[in-house]
Design a protein around this ligand. Structure first.
Ligand SMILES: *[C@@H]1O[C@H](CO)[C@@H](O)[C@H](O)[C@H]1NC(C)=O
Ligand SMILES: *[C@@H]1O[C@H](CO)[C@@H](O)[C@H](O)[C@H]1NC(C)=O
Ligand SMILES: *[C@@H]1O[C@H](CO)[C@@H](O)[C@H](O)[C@H]1NC(C)=O
Ligand SMILES: *[C@@H]1O[C@H](CO)[C@@H](O)[C@H](O)[C@H]1NC(C)=O
Ligand SMILES: *[C@@H]1O[C@H](CO)[C@@H](O)[C@H](O)[C@H]1NC(C)=O
Length: 943
């Protein structure tokens, strides 16, 4: 059955996302192991569906597909499995069972069998409730002591002993719907790990993310500036989300090269209540290479409060501070100090029952605002030590910006009701680097000059009625290009609290408007699209929209050549049905070919995602070095509402190469074969006149332009004074009484040939693809009938191309050549060539070659032919061969032709007549044949 064949083909391409080896193994990122892709849809592990194969096959109601887990060595991957459910249908219980739409089995009234109806494995309501009630934040401490004993793929225990430097790491995990964002701080002394794995307690890999590029370098500006490791696990299957809730999930950081882990660190992912208010974090490491503390470490979750009085709260997760005889109620000394000299906090916490792997202590203490300032600036060191052996058993680390990878972003706009004559808008994004400094970027577009050019950009706390201005960003504002980029080094602690609480705004004021545009900074996790160096401003395309309509868009491409986008809008309301698309051009130029990629359809003011198919090579090239327009359109009308110009999106080099990953394919027909010439694009197989020189004509073939410059035929003019240049035309005309008469008419009358105008009486040479101007033909614009007449030149002195036959028939084929008639001139009107197009059975199913002069008759693969030159017939001195869609041509002037020519001449002199069958001698001039008098084995080739 045909459906089976098609289904089998479909199933062959379904499965895990395309694995895509790039330039080298280590640059490969995620292998989507934990989900299935069927058609263009991503399916969660354990989900079931009825396959819809689309037109013409449609839905196969008697097939059931499932995304099932499959163990491959240590890895759990997902696979699509489909089976027929027809034979599972129960015997109908009635005489005349009916076939209900959307069902496989025939049913009887009152039947309860519905196994052929696919239901969600878990009802949406259960999922929603789970999401509401379940913990959003998790953390993990990764030390040697907390590590799982992992086996490698060959069943051997992997050794952790290689962690000689006592590397420690800590992770934070935050759920946003089904996506889990992860962040890590890792000891400075460790290089960036190669990969991150999520594993179960048996060490089976449920998901893996490759973290570094070759050499451990980081692509991301943010991850480099913060020394964090950031990313996201999207669409976590329900079963795995449950594991997080039950604290049955572990994370593993892997160093080394593929298949040869140098060492790993792992830890259990746990819930901690303090994570909800975390402002700072600390990674605690043993000092030096102290044997007693080998493999130990800790992390602190630090929160501050300034609401009533200033206070600090620490939740510390650690191991290793216990001596052998520390069995119960062990005191631990906790200090916060500046350079181990000035103590901000000193306290002792009791650990009731010490654990080898994990212990938690909590400290709450009032602090002064001056101390908080020190905290904000990364000046404080947290130390925890054993009270009995304070020097030997000790962990410490700086208190830094919290681990969670986060940026704060906003669009800047007036409110909908405000007048905003110039349509000023903008965006801002900022983040805290690992020194606790606030890095900010503010873009203001269309800010019109006020008389004194004064603009104020400030950070304002809006949690109180007073609207306190906290920081002034104005000094870094570059009025000309509209950017304020900078770093606030000595950040006031007053900024952090409203910043984390979503109560900090960016305000732009001018002398006559205290709040021209503004926006409230919202925290967003960093991963995928938002890991790009900078976002783009989506501006109003349509001025009937309120001035408040503006957007902020992030676009990024991963090493597997998948594009990621993240768009936040404001001022459009939440009702409109919108559509997001990307138009890509090789450059901004007239006629530039456009590739349009539809990205998403959405409602509301936020959309993010990544299409299931990777970028093509051409799309990659254009994103990297061309220009793109990201458009937000209204679905119903197709009207473009907002547009962002997208340039210089860093695309991994491999995506632009011919050796790009499997997933990267060129669109049907390959990259557009358009030609760029004098700043304009011309389509494949079109011809045009150069804008700079009317005598130069070009055509585009296989994406390459070929240009030729015409030498005008001689004009017979009685007096040189009558010779006149015509603007826009190559050849001069001789102005005599006839043409005078013509030009006296009001409407200039011209002949048209191949779409080009020619003045009456003008002479020119026809332009032929692919050989250029035919110097053996002279065309004239008949001044009376305004028709083009062409004739063949037979004078060998003037015409070196083809001094052979001149007569041709109206239907364009060369008649049998008897050589008896010479010097006969024929004329015929030449009409423009029809516009180019594909087909005649898709040019004989791709292997054939286009016939430029008769598109309806392409040449089949393997065919040898003479090119047809215009109305003049076959050009027998050139032979072409069509091979797999490409024509190669050569001239027939070879040694044999020359020898024939010499022989002919000799015999002619002797008055002999030759019964000629072969006319190849006519393809050569004596000049061309000269060399064959001496070099015997040379073969002249032209392609
Ligand atoms: C990474 O950060 C370091 C210091 O923080 C800086 O010197 C370097 O230029 C950065 N590299 C990139 C590629 O941004
Ligand atoms: C805790 O550590 C600090 C600094 O090392 C020290 O001054 C203090 O005496 C210690 N407290 C206890 C109870 O050991
Ligand atoms: C305002 O800016 C414009 C252009 O940037 C400049 O030419 C002009 O001198 C400025 N005026 C003042 C008062 O600074
Ligand atoms: C902002 O401040 C107000 C008042 O202090 C507070 O109620 C609110 O929770 C804060 N956060 C946001 C996001 O508005
Ligand atoms: C500010 O940063 C943006 C984004 O990185 C960049 O495009 C812009 O050129 C910068 N402007 C200035 C004046 O540094």
């Amino acid at each position: 059955m045909i459906t089976w064949a098609v289904l089998a083909a479909l199933l062959a391409v379904a499965g895990a996302r395309t694995k895509a080896p790039l330039i080298d193994e280590s640059t490969r990122t995620r292998n989507k192991a934990a989900e299935c892709v069927f058609g263009k849809q991503v399916r969660e592990l354990h989900s079931q569906w009825i396959p819809d194969l689309g037109v013409p096959i449609g839905v196969l109601y008697c097939m059931k597909c499932e995304c099932v887990p499959l163990q491959k060595k240590r890895r759990i991957v997902a696979r699509v499995q489909c089976r027929s459910i027809k034979n599972e249908c129960p015997e109908p219980t009635c005489e005349e069972p009916v076939h209900l739409p959307g069902r496989c089995c025939k049913t009887c009234p009152g039947d309860t069998y519905d196994a052929d109806v696919i239901q969600d494995i878990i009802p949406q309501k259960v999922l929603d409730d789970e999401e509401k009630s379940s913990t959003k934040h998790y953390a993990a401490l990764l030390t040697e002591r907390s590590s799982l004993v992992l086996r490698n793929d060959f069943g051997k225990l992997t050794s952790n002993n290689l962690n000689k430097n006592n590397v420690v790491a800590t992770g934070r995990f935050t759920f946003h719907k089904k996506n889990l964002y992860y962040s890590f701080y890792i000891s400075d002394k460790a290089a960036r790990p190669r990969s991150l794995q999520f594993v179960d307690s048996e060490g089976n890999i449920l998901e893996e993310f490759i973290l570094s590029r070759a050499g451990g370098l980081v692509n991301s500006l943010y991850q480099n500036a913060t020394r964090k490791v950031c990313g996201v696990w999207r669409r976590i299957p329900h079963e795995y989300r449950k594991r997080f809730r039950q604290e049955k999930m572990y994370v593993v950081l892997v160093w080394g090269v593929k298949d040869q882990a140098e060492f790993t660190l792992s830890g259990q992912v746990m819930k901690y209540a303090a994570l909800g208010t975390e402002n700072f974090s600390s990674l605690l490491e043993p000092a030096g290479t102290n044997g007693l503390m080998a493999g130990a470490g800790g992390t602190a979750i630090v929160s501050i409060s300034t609401s009533v009085s200033t206070s600090i709260y620490l939740a510390i997760v650690f191991n290793g501070l216990f001596a052998i005889d520390d069995i119960a109620d062990v005191p631990i000394n906790v200090t916060l100090s500046v350079d181990d000299k000035r103590f901000i906090l000193q306290d002792v916490a009791i650990v009731k029952k010490p654990h080898y792997e994990l212990n938690v202590i909590e400290i709450r203490s009032p602090v002064t605002s001056a101390d908080l300032r020190l905290l904000t600036r990364g000046r404080l060191v947290l130390t925890i030590s054993s009270v009995s052996k304070p020097e030997a058993l000790r962990l410490s680390g700086s208190v830094l910006t919290k681990v969670t990878c986060e940026i704060f972003q906003t669009t800047l706009a007036p409110s909908a009701s405000e007048a905003n004559g110039y349509g000023t808008s903008g965006l801002a994004w900022l983040y805290l680097n690992n020194e606790g400094s606030l890095v900010y970027n503010v873009q203001i577009d269309n800010l019109r000059t006020t008389p004194d050019n004064t603009t104020f950009i400030t950070l304002v706390d809006v949690s109180t009625k007073r609207r306190t201005e906290l920081e002034d960003l104005t000094p870094t504002f570059d009025f000309i290009n509209g950017w304020a980029n900078g770093t606030l080094v000595k950040l006031s602690p007053k900024v952090l609290e409203p910043l984390y609480a979503g109560n900090l705004t960016v305000n732009v004021a001018t002398p006559n408007d205290t709040s021209l545009i503004r926006g409230r900074l919202v925290p967003k996790p960093v991963a995928d699209a938002r890991d790009a160096p900078a976002p783009f401003l989506l501006k109003r395309e349509n001025y009937t929209l309120p001035a408040s309509a503006v957007g902020l868009a992030w676009v990024n491409v991963d090493t597997d050549c998948y594009i990621h986008y993240d768009v936040s809008l404001s001022g459009l309301g939440s009702e409109r049905k919108l559509e997001l698309s990307l138009e890509l051009l090789p450059m901004l130029a007239p006629g530039a070919p456009v590739i349009t990629r539809h990205l998403d359809e959405f409602q509301g003011n936020q959309v993010e995602g990544s299409p299931v198919n990777a970028l093509t090579r051409e799309e990659s090239r254009r994103l990297d070095s061309g220009v793109g327009f990201l458009k937000v359109k209204e679905q119903d009308t197709g009207i473009t509402l907002l547009v962002a110009t997208v340039r210089h999106v860093g695309v991994p080099f491999g995506c632009q190469l011919a050796t790009a990953p499997d997933g990267v394919t060129d669109e049907p027909g390959g990259p557009t074969g358009d030609c760029l010439y004098e700043g304009k694009f011309y389509q494949e197989e079109t011809q045009w006149i150069s804008g700079a020189n009317p005598c130069t004509m070009c055509f585009c073939q296989n994406g390459v332009h070929n240009c030729f410059t015409m030498k005008c035929p001689p004009v017979n003019c009685t007096s040189p004074q009558n010779l006149m240049e015509v603007p826009g035309e190559c050849c001069p005309i001789c102005v005599n009484s006839t043409t005078q008469m013509e030009t006296n008419r009001n409407v200039p009358q011209k002949c048209i040939f191949n779409g080009q105008p020619y003045s009456p009486s003008s002479k020119f040479r026809p332009f032929l693809i692919p050989t250029g101007f035919d110097n053996c033909t002279e065309c004239t614009c008949d001044p009376i009938y305004l028709e083009i007449k062409c004739k063949r030149i037979t004078n060998e002195k003037d015409c070196c191309r083809n001094c052979g036959r001149v007569d041709y028939s109206v239907n364009g084929t060369f008649p049998a050549d008897d050589g008896s008639t010479t010097g006969v001139e024929g004329t015929r009107t030449i009409s423009p060539r029809p516009p180019p197009g594909p087909s005649p059975t898709e040019v004989l199913l791709k292997g054939g070659c286009k016939n430029l002069y008769d598109p309806k008759k392409p040449y089949p693969n393997g065919k040898e032919y003479h090119p047809l030159i215009g109305s003049l017939g076959e050009y027998k001195c050139v032979t072409c061969k069509c091979q797999n869609g490409k024509s190669s041509c050569w001239r027939e002037c070879d040694r044999a032709a020359c020898e024939l020519k010499f022989k002919m001449k000799k015999r002619q002199r002797q008055g002999e007549d030759l019964g000629r069958k072969n006319n190849s001698h006519l393809c050569c001039t004596y000049k061309e044949c000269k060399k064959y008098r001496h070099k015997k084995n040379h073969r002249l080739q032209k392609s």
